[in-house]
Design a protein around this ligand. Structure first.
Ligand SMILES: [Zn+2]
Length: 78
């Protein structure tokens, strides 16, 4: 058995790789939602913190479309 519970295995790291990013200062992996690298203290830019996140815009758009279809259908879409 090669069941190691001492720390994250390589498989675990790969599984979470989509929510991490590489710090460009120290080249180490940090979580994507970290504002500051906890390895070297490098502060990530907040350039994408303007306005709503993309998922919020998409969700709002979908709700608006459904609402409009419902209104134009006179409420008889069922
Ligand atoms: Zn770093």
């Amino acid at each position: 058995m090669d069941d190691d519970h001492e720390g994250p295995s390589q498989a675990d790291i790969e599984r979470f790789s989509n929510i991490t990013r590489t710090c460009r200062e120290c080249k180490k992996e940090v979580f994507d939602d970290a504002a500051v690298c906890y390895h070297c203290g490098h502060a990530f830019g907040a350039k994408e913190d303007v306005g709503m996140p993309t998922w919020a815009l998409v969700t709002t758009g979908v709700i608006l479309v459904i609402f409009l279809v419902f209104i134009m259908g006179g409420g008889n879409i069922f």
